[in-house]
Design a protein around this ligand. Structure first.
Ligand code: URA
Length: 230
């Protein structure tokens, strides 16, 4: 949001006062005097007017976690361990999951407190591919490839899935890239052929790959480059 709008949204200032505060160099963003009305402020910015703290800001957090099988992609669950249980208390606060995985799906899970950033990662419109390694109960036919490209009609959502890239790696193993994250999407796509998915592992989201050094249940902070890639 623009700084002048942020200030005018405060109950204590009207627009004229905001212009004056900025011109009088009384506004600080992240400890620096700012006179630019269109400077951008976010939930992470610290904003002060004179000695008055309007917003403390908080550090943005971006983590990658190697999700193990048998844990829920949720922040709370009455029965099962959740992915947040794998993090130390001090890191859990206000994190959300960018792209859920099913209970038994393993692999790359991204957690952040930056909602705008995570929307870019998960929104179908940004067309960021998510890559999965898929193991199936029955053989994967060569004819699957064109069908994944064409898309599948999902009656519940009343939509046709966007073109997906299927690379067959073995009789019952394939790599799949999809740009959406519909409920049970991969399983439902293979379900079209009555072929059950028996193993599912997310390897990559956009250019962010699961770090091979991470064992199931381990996590690390994303690098500056990984964050900027989204
Ligand atoms: N598609 C699925 O069916 N399950 C997942 O966990 C992820 C994608």
């Amino acid at each position: 949001m623009r700084l002048d709008r942020f200030l005018a949204n405060q109950p204590c200032y009207n627009r004229q006062q905001v212009r004056l505060l900025l011109a009088q160099q009384r506004v600080r963003v992240d400890h620096r005097v700012t006179t630019d009305p269109v400077a951008q402020v976010s939930q992470f910015s610290r904003v002060e007017v004179d000695q008055l703290l309007l917003q403390a800001g908080r550090p943005p957090r971006y983590l990658m976690l190697h999700k193990p099988s048998g844990c829920v992609s949720a922040t709370h669950d009455p029965q099962h361990p959740t992915v947040l249980d794998l993090l130390p208390d001090e890191l859990r606060d206000d994190l959300h999951i960018a792209g859920r995985l099913d209970f038994n799906t393993t692999g790359l899970m991204i957690l952040t407190n930056d909602g705008q950033w995570s929307r870019r990662l998960t929104q179908p419109s940004t067309k960021l591919p998510k890559h999965y390694l898929v193991d199936t109960e029955d053989d994967i036919g060569a004819h699957y490839v064109a069908r994944f490209q064409e898309g599948f009609y999902f009656a519940f959502e009343d939509l046709t899935t966007q073109p997906a890239q299927l690379d067959i790696l073995g009789p019952r193993r394939a790599r799949l890239a999809i740009v959406e994250g519909r409920y049970h999407q991969v399983k439902r796509m293979f379900g079209h052929f009555d072929n059950k998915v028996i193993g599912l592992h997310r390897e990559r989201m956009g250019t962010i790959r699961l770090d091979p050094a991470l064992q199931p249940g381990q996590f690390r902070a994303l690098t500056v480059e990984e964050i900027a890639s989204v």
